[in-house]
Structure formats: C-alpha cells, structure tokens
Write a protein that binds this ligand. Structure first.
Ligand SMILES: Nc1ncnc2c1ncn2[C@@H]1O[C@H](COP(=O)(O)OP(=O)(O)OP(=O)(O)O)[C@@H](O)[C@H]1O
Ligand SMILES: O=P(O)(O)OC[C@H]1O[C@H](OP(=O)(O)OP(=O)(O)O)[C@H](O)[C@@H]1O
Ligand SMILES: O=C(O)c1cccnc1
Length: 490
C-alpha cells in the first residue's frame, strides 16, 4: 500500500486535466503566465436536498499545493506528449519553465468543519494566472468529495441523536482513496469510529468493529461461535445474531453472556444486520433486559442512511449504535458535489482589477466577479443569521445590504453593529504556508459547534428552511452591470 501512503507526500502535479496544461502553455506562450488572477472554488446547490454543507478536504489541498512541483518523471512524461502532427506538444522551453515552477500564490480558505452554503467561495486562489489556473482540477477533486461525505456524515449523526455511529463502508467505496478520504470526511462530519484500519493508522480515527457471518458459519453451532469469540475478546465482544434466526441468535448471545459474567467479563453488544430492525431491536431489548443484561448495546447495520435511522427512531427501535457503510461513503443519493472553480478578476498593466464573469442562460450558473470574501453575521448568542459575499478589493459601504443572488427583490439590511466573522482565512502567502492545520478531532469539534449555531429549521432533512446567503449590494450591482455589458445592453 505504499502507493496510498505516499500519495499525498509526493508530486501530484500531473493529477490534472490536460487542458490545464495546454492553457498553461498558452498563457506562457502569449506572455500572460504571470498576470495576476483570482479564482474562487464554490458549489451552487446544497447536496442531498439539504439546507447546508460541511466543508472538508482543505488539509489534502494544502499538502497538494505544498508539493506542487514537477518531478523528473513528470517532466519526462510531458516531454513525450505529441501533437496531431507528431511533433512535441509542448515547447522544450515551456517544459523547462515547468521544471523550475514553484507555487507562489496566495490562498485563502474556509476552515474544514465549517458549515457553508451555495455560492460561497470555500477557497480563493490569487497569483500568477498560470499557477492559479493549473490547480483547478486537483482542488476540485480534493474538496468536492470530502465536503460531500462530511455533509452526509453530519446528516447521519444528526439522525442518530448522539448514539455511537461507526463507518463500515470500505468494501463498497470507490477504490482506495474513495475509502480513505471518505473515512476522514465521515469523521469530520461526526462519525466517531471506523472499521477502516488504515484510516486508523493514517488519521488516528478510533477503529472498532464486530464480526462477520463467516465467523459464525465456520463453527458447528452459533452458540459455540459466540463462546469462542468471547474467549478471544472477553472485554470487546459484539455478537452478530442474524446468521440463522435473529431472536434465536439473541437467546444464544444471552447464554454466552451469562457464561462470560461467571468468568468476570460482560458482553458489549449484539449486532442486527437484516430483517425488520425496529421490531427485532425491540424484541432483542426485551430479551436482554429480562435476562439481566440492560447494559448490552444493540448495533444495527444494513444499508442504513439518515432517513432510515430517523424512521427507526420514530418507530421506537431500541438501537443505540449504528454501523453505516455504502450509503455514507458513496454518498449514494447524490454521488457528486457540483463544486466549480471560476475566475473572478484579472489585473491589468496598471495594477487595477478587471472584473470577470461567465455568463449563462441560467442565472444560477452565471459566475460572480470580484475578489470575494464571505462575512457571516451572528446574533447575540453566536447563532448564524446570514452570510454576505462581498468584494474585498473595494471598500464596504457603511449601510450594508445583502441581496439575494437570484432575486433582487429579496434584500436584507445589516444593522451597523452586527457581530460577524470573515470566513476565508489566509492559508498560503506568496506560496508559503501560514496556516496551522487543525487536528482531526479539532475539525470534528468545529463541525459540531457550527451545526449547533445553525437553526434546526435549516438542518432538517425535509424541505429545510433556506439560510440567507447573498451578495453585498455593491457586488450585486457590479455583477448586474457586467451581465448587462456582456449582453450588449449597457
Ligand atoms: N423497521 C424498518 N423500517 C424501515 N426500513 C427498515 C426497517 N428494518 C429494516 N429496514 C431496511 O430495509 C431494507 C431492506 O431490508 P430487508 O429486510 O428487506 O432485507 P435484508 O434484511 O437485507 O435481507 P437479507 O436477509 O437478505 O439480508 C434495508 O435497507 C434495511 O435497513
Ligand atoms: O450495509 P452497509 O451500510 O453497507 O454496511 C456494511 C455492511 O457490510 C457488511 O455486509 P456484507 O458485506 O456481509 O454484506 P450483506 O449486505 O450481505 O450483509 C455488514 O454486515 C453490513 O451490512
Ligand atoms: O465490524 C463490522 O461489524 C463491520 C465492518 C465492515 C463492514 N461491516 C461490518
């Protein structure tokens, strides 16, 4: 597994789309490689029809940018590429330029574990056009997926209402990194443990687990299989009780739990993995309680997600530990977050920003110009009130107003003394890392406190109340003026 282990420490410079390199070549050839540019990474729609997202993946992005250097192997490969005529695709002088390239951009980013909303820049990259363009694809790759999974995990842990949630998804994940980075993001979203041992080693996430049906199937009887498991793990035994008949399995677990107690240990839990989990957990709880085992936990697994957990809770299921695999690590109901990376401004020869915008027939897909920052306004209790995207390159007016990005009639004035925080924080200055990467438990803690600051109406799964996010009025005007200009209406 050296491949994975080294993946984030070595050059990932070719982990990009070819068009980033051909554009880079074009910028270089036309003398624009060093022109100052600003790009923003953002998404347009909350995943899972939800009311929010939890941003994740920044640490991977930081490692990627720190190691942005074309290795000898990278250079050799790029030199080997040919155009349609059979000549070298890239000028050798350009290849030399790439060989000597090192990252000199400024990067601002919203810390991992922050609750974020559509249109807000999660990462802002400013610096030489060639470099800021080049990093588009890998940044999107690293941030889209982890943000998606952290959000799914936040929803699942919300549904679990404080119960232990374990991530069991590796076997159905999308390849090696689809499992490792999903486990990391799941932990950020609130999952407390994983069955993924390598994620335990690499990220320090607590590892936990039970046993499979095969363990039971290798013995002459289910009872014997439980006995032998308890001998091996007298203090950490969880018996999977559904191999043949679930309630019979619970009775066998109780028999073995009694023997364990005589030998001075206690059964930790049973696991249900099929059938009607509400009914079976209620019956299992009764059997365990009547037998004097009220402290034995009940774990459930079987294609669960936040909606099933909420439904089982509502049905009165007596489950207090959840093993969640496929639905979580593959973000089954929405397999991708549609994050994009768009140019906001370019500096002209006089050093003035020229604001840039991509038009679309759909207003939601029209990009926002400027050098954007996100200001989050809070109430007296620190609860989130509204977010304002504004242009840091211009002065803010005294009387600020937030304008809905798609409906100019929806405006929200901001009282002058409203407390706020600006979400984008400096990460790289001139290519130098200036950001202390928080630990994973710190990030998980941040997610929890951020979610607590969000009104429950925004967190609910069905038709969540939309959190107000808009453009500061001057930025909205700038965007409108540019749209009119490009449509030749002004
Ligand atoms: N009480 C319940 N309410 C709603 N959904 C449930 C309930 N109990 C289980 N489920 C879910 O129903 C789905 C199908 O479960 P079902 O019992 O039909 O198949 P299964 O248990 O996987 O069968 P198998 O025995 O082949 O493993 C699973 O996603 C499971 O989590
Ligand atoms: O259901 P998930 O949320 O993905 O959780 C992981 C599943 O992986 C195991 O199943 P296994 O591979 O034995 O297959 P199964 O689905 O037939 O139980 C385990 O028993 C869970 O059911
Ligand atoms: O430990 C478990 O119970 C487990 C691990 C992975 C997948 N399913 C279950």
């Amino acid at each position: 597994m050296d491949f994975t282990r080294n993946l984030y420490g070595t050059s990932l410079s070719l982990l990009t789309d070819l068009y980033q390199l051909t554009m880079a070549y074009g910028y270089w050839k036309t003398g624009r490689a060093e022109q100052q540019a600003v790009f923003h990474l953002y998404f347009r729609k909350n995943p899972f029809e939800g009311g929010y997202a939890v941003c994740a993946g920044l640490e991977y992005a930081v490692h990627f940018l720190q190691n942005l250097k074309f290795s000898d192997n990278d250079i050799e490969y790029l030199t080997s590429l040919r155009n349609a005529k059979g000549d070298e695709l890239f000028d050798l002088d350009f290849i030399e330029y790439l060989r000597n390239l090192h990252f000199t951009c400024h990067v601002e980013a919203i810390p991992e574990g922050t609750v974020v909303f559509p249109n807000e820049p999660l990462i802002r990259v400013s610096g030489p056009l060639l470099q800021a363009q080049l990093v588009e694809t890998p940044l999107l790759n690293l941030v889209n997926f982890q943000t998606l999974i952290a959000t799914k995990a936040a929803r699942i842990t919300e549904a679990a209402q404080g119960d232990l949630v374990m991530e069991f998804g590796m076997r159905r994940a999308q390849g090696v990194d689809g499992s490792l980075s999903a486990t990391r993001a799941a932990f950020i979203g609130g999952v407390q443990a994983t069955s993924n041992v390598m994620a335990g080693e690499l990220f320090g996430i607590p590892v936990k687990g039970t046993h499979a049906h095969s363990w039971v199937m290798t013995f002459a009887s289910e009872e014997e299989s439980f006995e032998k498991y308890a001998e091996a793990f007298p203090h950490d035994s969880v018996f999977l009780v559904d191999t043949f008949d679930t309630l019979e399995g619970v009775r066998n677990a109780i028999k073995v739990a009694r023997k364990m107690r005589e030998n001075g240990s206690e059964l930790s839990a049973i696991r249900l993995d099929s059938g009607d989990l509400a009914y079976l957990s209620i019956e299992a709880r009764k059997l365990l309680d009547e037998a004097g085992f009220p402290a034995v936990n009940i774990v459930a697994s079987n294609d669960l997600d936040e909606n099933l957990i909420a439904s089982l809770k509502q049905q009165g299921a007596k489950i207090n530990t959840w093993g969640i695999g496929t639905q979580l690590v593959t973000a089954y109901d929405q397999p991708a977050l549609g994050g994009v990376y768009k140019l906001g401004a370019l500096k002209d020869e006089k050093g003035n920003w020229q604001y840039k915008l991509k038009l679309s027939e759909q207003l939601i897909k029209t990009s926002t110009p400027g050098v954007q920052q996100v200001r989050r306004f809070l109430d007296g209790n620190g609860k989130f009130v509204a977010d304002m995207i504004y242009n840091e390159a211009e002065n803010l007016p005294e009387n600020m107003k937030i304008v809905h990005p798609l409906d100019i009639t929806k405006q929200k004035p901001i009282a002058p003394e409203t407390p706020f925080e600006d979400l984008l924080q400096p990460v790289f200055k001139n290519g130098e890392l200036v950001y202390r990467l928080p630990t994973l438990p710190e990030i998980q803690q941040r997610t929890q406190s951020q979610l607590q600051s969000l009104d429950p109406s925004i967190r609910r799964f069905l038709n969540p109340h939309p959190y107000p996010v808009g453009l500061e009025a001057n930025l909205h005007q700038l965007k409108t003026d540019l749209i009119l200009k490009f449509r030749n209406l002004k």
